[in-house]
Write a protein that binds this ligand. Sequence first.
Ligand code: GLV
Ligand code: GLV
Length: 319
Amino acid sequence: MSRVVVTGRIPEAALAALRAEHEVDDWQEPGSIPRAELLRRVAGADAVVSLLTEKIDAELLDAAGSQLRVVANVAVGYDNIDVAACAQRSVTATNTPGVLTDATADIALSLILMSTRRLGEGERTIRSGRPWKWGMFFLLGSSLQGKTLGIVGMGGIGQATARRAKAFGMEIVYQSRSELDPAVAAELGARRVELDELLSVSDVVSLHCPYGPATHHLIGAEQLESMKPSAHLVNTARGPVVDEAALASALRAGTIAGAGLDVFEHEPEVHPGLLELENVTLVPHLGSATVETRTAMAVLAADNALAVLSGQEPPSPIR
Ligand code: GLV
Ligand code: GLV
């Protein structure tokens, strides 16, 4: 029997799978585990099942001890994990790709629609009690049919977003480290371009790249300046991919028309400049937030931890 520390509340199906084989110490309070408490609890752990709100760095790995074998993140993004520090200590790190692809693409499409059709603004208008009525020119947005969607990062979630956007009549361009599988590119009619071209031709830009040093502030003042004034930016990836202060200025100045954000640079804080603006839709990191998806993510993370603990190759190691 090994000792498994779970850093926050996860669905029961995953906990039950872990408990069937191991001693499980899970943080059950609402809200994140305080850092000091986490460092204390991981001491002697063989596995850590981590949420994206917890930093898994050298300090935590050392606090756990040399018996630690696996860190299983309940997220596809793993910028909260120091993967190199794990490798140095022969700790396997895993994530949860695949199972949240559709849920996250659904949120990207939702934000594209909310931003281009000004739905947040409309909702706030009704709730504010201000008088309104149908009008020929009231809250006009822009159509998606025939417009171009630029996808930055064409992994599973980028492709799933492209597939949805195609059903709305959009043309797809993408920027990616690698060329798409030709069959997928043909199915989507997607054209690979450099970021500069993507920004200048797209009516909507949707971000689906991982976060790391290479993508820090990938979208800043200069990139926003190169977008069409009628364009919308959607971010369901990670907050710091966008320079949030520059985005607030661009939205205020009309450099771009609107934005939809599911993630924030200093989460859970939101740049105060954004809170004052009507042309930005703000949702609280809900990309994978369905009952089905969160259950699948937690079960996959548990499977990853269980595999490593029993000396097997985990289903989704971070490479
Ligand atoms: C959610 O943001 C994830 O990376 O899974
Ligand atoms: C709008 O409500 C219409 O009927 O065209």
